[in-house]
Design a protein around this ligand. Structure first.
Ligand SMILES: Cc1ncc(COP(=O)(O)O)c(C=O)c1O
Length: 236
């Protein structure tokens, strides 16, 4: 169950939706596709407000990109409680999405259940080797983080300069909000960009039909994207 206010996870709204049937609560922090995060104190307040038999899953797929001092990945809560799972992936900052590798950290009770449920050989040996090499490659993580931070900021300022609302993001993407004015909508922008070979993400399925999500790419990609955005916003 995921509820949001101002594009940000709303702990009170989640707690209000818990029923006797609730077994598990997932929170992506930072969240996709909004890029917003909640501080560790909010995740702890959520855990404290949930019954002990409800498992809290902290999906920290974008944790490596976060600098906010009050951010806390789910690890400490997973270490301190029996009923919290922290998840990480190699699909984001490590750039290994096609390897289909991720990992989790939880109490031995939860891990024991997952071990009994998971299919055999669910992580291939090449994926394990790639994951270990990726963990050792700290330069890659530092470089990617610095690049993402730089271009996320450049992109944020350029998009705001074009008159778009864009929330600060703590992930590797931005979520500009488009006006409802004919000629300037998110759907029209998406079509305009696609005609120029730029494919970003419609987020209608999240109830965000006047937004588009753009992932931070390399310098050439970001330059092409920003030039196309400028052409779209400035066209008559
Ligand atoms: C919040 C969040 N969790 C998990 C994933 C996917 O991770 P994986 O590729 O390991 O399934 C994504 C990818 O889009 C994501 O945004």
């Amino acid at each position: 169950m995921r509820r949001k206010k101002n594009l940000t996870t709303d702990v009170d709204a989640i707690l209000a939706r818990v029923t006797p049937k609730t077994k598990i609560v997932f929170v992506a922090n930072p969240n996709n596709p909004t890029g917003t995060y909640v501080p560790g104190s909010e995740i702890r307040r959520l855990r404290a407000g949930l019954r002990e038999d409800i498992v809290l899953v902290c999906d920290d797929a974008y944790a490596e990109y976060v600098d906010a001092p009050d951010y806390e990945s789910g690890f400490s809560l997973a270490a301190e409680t029996e009923n919290t799972i922290a998840l990480r992936t190699f699909s984001k900052i490590y750039g290994l999405a096609s390897v289909r590798l991720g990992w989790g950290f939880a109490s031995s009770n939860i891990v024991g259940v997952l071990e009994r449920l998971r299919p055999p050989f669910n992580v291939s040996r090449p994926a394990q080797v790639a994951g270990l090499a990726a963990l050792a490659d700290k330069d890659h993580v530092a470089r990617t983080k610095a690049h993402t931070k730089k271009w996320r900021e450049v992109c944020l300022q350029r998009l705001r300069g074009l008159g778009l609302n864009v929330a600060d993001s703590h992930g590797n993407f931005l979520l500009p909000e488009f006006p409802k004015t004919p000629g300037k909508t998110a759907a029209e922008c998406d079509a305009f960009l696609q005609e120029r070979g730029v494919i970003i993400r419609r987020v209608d399925a999240y109830g965000l039909s006047n937004y588009l999500r753009v992932t931070i790419g390399d310098e050439e990609e970001m330059t092409i994207f920003l030039d196309a955005m400028t052409a779209f916003m400035e066209r008559k």
